[in-house]
Design a protein around this ligand. Structure first.
Ligand code: COS
Length: 388
């Protein structure tokens, strides 16, 4: 059975890209997935593969060296990769997250300076918002400071949980420039690898997405040229939030891919495995489970593609749709991958079968780029308002 997404709305260009990605994933990514999980090392070979095939800058406009593709195409690509390897899908998704502050908040000069190398994959990008005491409360508890000194800013503080932080050449960092100004007291900076006072700290040992290094970044009187500030001083928090509006669909796509990959595997298994004289999928207990899994995956997919379409349109309600897509796809990834383990029974619990890895990888999609609770906060504020 094929569970490839419906193709009716794909443009010729998008269909070509997706065919190419499916081939790459089948031939080069899927065979590496278990090993990437086992070794816990960043797969530079897969990054090169994506770079050579123009997948690192899909939504970056062509004038800045990107493919000039749509967000819809971008999320479909992330989904295809995540069906086989969630860690590898993050190479594309975090490249997007890391470049978005520049695309959204940068000047034309900054876009020309930074985006072409990100688009070609020559440089890896990352996004640094989270701190030890500032996760969900990204604004109120931010401690990293940036003080203006002549033509530079001096950054002091630490960021944690920075995906791909240790392999990144370019990190977009958010820091407080005016502690008395609330949401207008945060600014955004591009910090380049090698900047004085910038170093990588502890690497997390994680449950899943092991091929994607998650690290602490340390700014010890780190000197950053004022020319690397994105937008005006004080515009950083809004830039950070606008980025999440466009990056959450990428994580939703990763989640959807994990769910679809797990469903595909469990379905095939249920057709092959015989118990009590017939394939287990034809027993109602398993068949109905698969029916629910399939329905959830397709429902999540429709929501995600609509959210991505809203990103392309620049729709005013993009936050709402991005959060709904992230919420639904993250929960579907967790539920479907857990059920896939159940369908395989004891084999599902073994690391020799991919659904064990998929279930571990799924969990993070309910946590990062805003927990499911934060998505509900964004959704509820969009429909009933924030209040006091
Ligand atoms: N686009 C543009 N501006 C936005 C925005 C968006 N999507 N969301 C919020 N803002 C603006 C608000 O309009 C407000 O501006 P003013 O002060 O000028 O009115 C400002 O940002 C502060 O917004 P708000 O008052 O809603 O901030 P809160 O402290 O209540 O926090 C949440 C908002 C919780 C939504 C935010 O902190 C969040 O998303 N937290 C999770 C962070 C996250 O996802 N972390 C993962 C990091 S990446 S792995």
């Amino acid at each position: 059975m094929s569970i490839a997404p419906p193709r009716a709305h794909e443009s010729d260009e998008e269909a070509m890209i997706l065919d190419m990605v499916r081939e790459l994933v089948a031939e080069k990514v899927a065979p590496r997935a278990a090993d990437i999980d086992e070794s816990g090392e960043f797969p530079y070979d897969i990054k090169e593969l994506f770079a050579q095939n123009d997948l690192m800058g899909i939504p970056i406009p062509t004038e800045y060296g990107g493919l000039g593709g749509t967000f819809v195409t971008y999320v479909k690509v992330v989904e295809e990769i995540a069906k086989a390897c969630a860690s590898s899908s993050l190479i594309v998704a975090v490249q997007e997250l890391g470049m978005l502050p520049i695309l959204i908040g940068g000047s034309d000069e900054q876009k020309k300076r930074f985006l072409p190398d990100i688009a070609t994959g020559k440089k890896i990008a990352a996004y640094a918002l989270t701190e030890v005491s500032s996760g969900s409360d990204a604004l109120g508890s931010m401690k990293t400071r940036a003080e203006r000194k002549g033509d530079d800013y001096v950054l002091t503080g630490q960021k944690i949980w920075i995906t791909n932080g240790s392999v990144a050449d370019i990190v977009c960092v958010f820091a407080v420039t005016d502690p008395s100004a609330g949401s207008r007291g945060v600014s955004a900076f591009v910090v380049e690898k090698g900047a004085p006072g910038f170093s990588v700290g502890k690497k997390e040992k994680k449950m899943g997405i092991k091929g994607s290094p998650t690290v602490e970044l340390i700014f010890d009187n780190c000197v950053v040229p004022a020319a690397n500030r994105l937008g005006e001083e004080g515009e950083g928090f809004k830039i950070a939030m606008k980025v999440l509006d466009k990056s959450r669909p990428g994580i939703a796509a990763q989640a959807l891919g994990i769910a679809a990959g797990a469903l595909d595997y469990a379905t095939q298994y249920a057709k092959d495995r015989v118990a009590f004289g017939k394939p287990i999928g034809q027993h109602q207990g398993v068949g109905f489970m698969l029916a629910d899994m399939k329905t959830e995956v397709e429902a999540a997919r429709l929501l995600l593609y609509e959210a991505a379409r809203k990103c392309d349109e620049g729709a005013p309600d993009v936050s709402l749709w991005a959060s709904m897509a992230k919420l639904k796809c993250g929960d579907v990834a967790m539920a479907v991958s857990t059920d896939a383990v159940q369908v395989l029974g004891g084999f599902g619990y073994s690391a020799e079968y991919p659904v064990e890895r998929m279930m571990r990888d799924a969990k993070i999609t309910q946590i990062y780029e805003g927990t499911q609770q934060i998505q509900r906060l964004v959704i509820s504020r969009a429909i009933v308002g924030k209040g006091k």
